[in-house]
Design a protein. Structure first.
Length: 130
């Protein structure tokens, strides 16, 4: 997949699922949190974004939570939103300051969500609170 899409413009971009918030969490935690744990939280966030944006159902989000939880991965996070939001703005996946997320548009199918509004971002983050 990587060799087929070196610039992460299509197929390879799907590997970034959960990484936008995941990388911000890693930075916030000064890299003391395992990468997989941070990405797990990011995957739940991306699923919440997709549900709020009308791409998937709340049952799909719950399936995410159930599957990741069954693997012992974290599902919640309560770090400061403002710091996470600032970190996401400088993420390599952002373009011109516009946030870009890989989200689901169905189970097993991804799409890019560009520039979601701030209220949608906050609402998705609030759903991660323990």
């Amino acid at each position: 997949m990587v060799s087929q899409d070196f610039k992460e413009s299509g197929l390879r971009e799907t590997l970034n699922y959960g990484h936008t918030l995941g990388h911000a969490i890693e930075k916030q935690e000064r890299y003391s949190m395992r990468h997989g744990d941070a990405v797990s939280i990011g995957m739940v966030f991306a699923a919440e974004l997709a549900q709020i944006s009308g791409f998937i159902t709340s049952a799909d989000v719950e399936l995410h939570r159930t599957l990741l939880g069954s693997l012992g991965l974290p599902l919640t996070y309560s770090g400061p939103w403002e710091a996470l939001r600032a970190s996401m703005s400088i993420d390599k996946k952002s373009r011109g300051g516009m946030l870009r997320f890989v989200v689901l548009d169905a189970l097993g199918s991804t799409r890019r969500l560009e520039g979601p509004n701030e209220e949608v971002l906050k609402q998705a983050y609030e759903r991660l609170q323990p």
